[in-house]
Design a protein around this ligand. Sequence first.
Ligand SMILES: Cc1ncc(COP(=O)(O)O)c(C=O)c1O
Length: 354
Amino acid sequence: MSQFFRKEVVRLKPYVFWKISTDTCIKLNANESNYGLPSKIQESISEILRSTDLSKYSILDPNKTSQLFENYIWYGIENVIIDNGSSAIIKWIMSAVLEPGERVLTFGPTFTLYKNIAEGIWTDYSELPFQDKKYLPSIQEISEWKPKLIIVCNPNNPTGHIIEKKDIKELVSKNPHSLILVDEAYIDFWWESSIDLIEQFDNLIVSRTFSKAYSMAGARLWYAVSNKNIISNLKKLQLPYHLNTFAITSLYTLLENMNVYKEQIEEILEVREYTRRQLEWMWFEVGGSHANFLLIQYKSNNISAEDIANQLEKQNILVRHFKGSPDIDNYMRVTIGTREQMDDFLNTLKSIIT
Ligand SMILES: Cc1ncc(COP(=O)(O)O)c(C=O)c1O
């Protein structure tokens, strides 16, 4: 029945879901939080949902939403759009701004979903390599590609490195004919956001998610921040009743209690550095990460990343390998779990490589 579909859709390969969790697994393969929802938030959401009437559609209350976002990021609802997961905005922005054949440019290795989505919507996708694995290519090189949309993942998944704000600023200011999307899915593990640059430039969107640092991957909550013109145009594409009751309840509860995450985030950073030291002793090359994961490579040729990941999986520990991806073919990405989970991971890893 593929005759009904556009040829780009027929050619597409489905997105690979990296092993859905089971209760017995240590899940270190999708950069979700392993720390759980803080009990205050869990209890509050359950309490509200107990008395919620699911027979009616839910919508965001504009005043309340605006106030909560202003308290959190200084921008209210006219500068903010909220929806189901940041994967949705990437698709949305691409469909909203790209004519058939226009180019989206990214810097790799990076989040693979950008390519998957671009290829599904009849656009030209190009990925330039980061210089020395951490810097953007020169502005001249970028401009020569004449991209309509440029996506920068910052901190970058899967390498964990960051692009300095001054470089983002230069990219945005010197490419006024391109829309720049800065994906800040992991910004809570780093401090230098580009959000305030939306005041200076009219071609910048910054997107963020509550799936990572805020233990809310299951609620599918994402938001993007930009100037009022871009946001109002994006909102035209928003479906009615796009957020469900659970997501709206979770969003308000989260925004009212942002302070309870501080300790959790600090702990993740501490456990990340502990894991890094242990891995380096075990003869792994560990990239400098500014996120809740580490990209690692075993320095011995005895065993590949794919084999290590498969053996870990047999022992119920899931990590992500990148077999078949240029530049990082023999690397694994390991999400930071609790100290106990990381000790289990490290001990199992030790038994595999020795
Ligand atoms: C860079 C990046 N952007 C976006 C996402 C998707 O986040 P969400 O759960 O909001 O769809 C991910 C998830 O891994 C990611 O790594």
